[in-house]
Ligand binder design. Structure first.
Ligand code: PMP
Length: 390
């Protein structure tokens, strides 16, 4: 007889909803000839020199733990990268932690600051992990909807309205997943004024910082008086095409870094050593490859977003990342219906907007991090699909 096991589970975990993205990947995985615009990862293989550096580190026998916060040389390079690239100075000894992806960085940031019941403002549509991670840390996610007519940019007045005496932090993400929205310095300043007035902290997810097309990426920490109230999250997954290496980093004022490092040393020890050697090479010699990949995404963005608009799927121009987030309202379908029918009828996988929270319904997320040939074929198929529905 099977033993019942459900009662062993924590209430907190039981209450988490499974991610809505998975369902479509599982469906697509069992079909042939599917063009996937579903997954949020680069189509490039990591640069050879980066792979070679990791291989070499293994050949040389660097197989033990690094310092909890990560290899000293890598942390030093991260501080140079942050200063030269984004104009923010950090002390590599006390203010940088190398993490297992940006995912662990976000988790550490939340766990270090949340007491039970503390509120964290999450801007939706948002990356699917934010709300569950806030909840797992014992906090309450207060979601604020951004609107297509504002280019999915959070307005200062909307932020103000969401703040309560329990608000501890605001989670910002620019360039954004899933909308591709890139916040300019002026956009950010409107928000940071409110953040400073209310003495809040910002967790700034800048994982797509390298993929900003129309304007420069502006780091929240670089804005006046924001360094001390920002936990900056970044990593190698997207711009450097290193998702499987599982390597990210955190930059934050020393006191906050120390708190995050306490959790990190008990729960993770350190990020994988070979991956850290790869990342070191990526920062020292890999920026040319990053720029080349960015140029390629930029061309694909222009083609794909123009095509979607021509098909009647109205799409704001995403300033960064590698996602288009068109409206599907003209079809009269819900985002789940659209995604399911498009997959079954035309074999194109996209993600329904509703999985990204408030404001996501009525949209689909398409990743254009796939070859131009695949994109062109996807456009042909979406055209056939949409012509029948509109
Ligand atoms: N933040 C955002 C906004 C993302 O889109 C992703 C990956 N989809 C992550 C964080 C996680 O990145 P990593 O692979 O570095 O854990």
């Amino acid at each position: 007889m099977k033993t019942k096991t459900k009662h062993y589970l924590s209430k907190n975990v039981e209450n988490l909803k499974p991610s809505g993205i998975r369902k479509f990947f599982d469906l697509a995985a069992n079909m042939e000839g599917v063009i996937s615009l579903g997954v949020g990862e680069p189509d490039f293989v990591t640069s050879w020199t980066v792979r070679e550096a990791a291989i070499l580190s293994l050949e040389q026998g660097y197989t033990s733990y690094t310092a909890n916060a990560g290899l000293a040389e890598l942390r030093e390079e991260i501080t140079k990268y942050m200063e030269i690239g984004f104009g923010v100075k950090y002390d590599w000894r006390e203010e940088v932690i190398v993490t297992v992806g940006a995912s662990q960085a976000i988790d550490l940031a939340l766990r270090a600051i949340i007491d039970p019941g503390d509120e964290v403002i999450v801007v939706e549509p948002s990356f699917v992990s934010y709300v569950p991670l806030v909840q797992l840390a014992g906090g309450v996610a207060v979601t604020v909807e951004t609107k297509p007519e504002n280019g999915f940019k959070l307005q200062a007045s909307e932020l103000k309205e969401a703040i309560t005496p329990k608000t501890k932090a605001v989670l910002l993400c620019s360039p954004n997943n899933p909308t591709g929205t890139l916040l300019t310095k002026e956009d950010l300043e409107g928000l940071t004024d409110v953040i400073k007035e209310n003495d809040l902290l910002v967790i700034s997810d800048e994982i797509y910082a390298e993929l900003a097309y129309d304007d420069q990426h502006v780091s929240v920490a670089a804005l006046e008086e924001m360094r001390e109230r920002t936990i900056l999250v970044n990593g190698f997954s997207k711009g450097f095409a290193m998702t499987g290496w599982r390597l990210g980093f955190l930059c934050a004022p020393a006191e906050i870094s120390k708190a995050m490092l306490k959790i990190h040393q008990y729960s993770m020890m350190c990020a994988p050593t070979p991956a850290q050697f790869g990342a070191l090479e990526a920062l020292v010699n890999g920026m040319g490859d990053v720029a080349e990949m960015k140029r390629s995404y930029h061309l694909r963005r222009n083609y794909f977003v123009t095509s979607l608009n021509e098909l009647g799927l109205s799409c704001h121009t995403p300033g960064g990342a590698f996602y288009a987030f068109p409206s599907i309202e003209a079809t009269g379908l819900s985002s789940e219906q659209f995604a399911e029918q498009l997959l079954l009828e035309q074999k194109v996988a996209v993600v329904p907007g509703n999985v990204f929270g408030k404001g996501g319904e009525g949209h689909i997320r398409c990743s254009y991090a796939t070859s131009m040939e695949q994109l062109q074929e996807a456009v042909k198929r979406i055209k056939k699909f949409v012509e029948k529905k509109i």
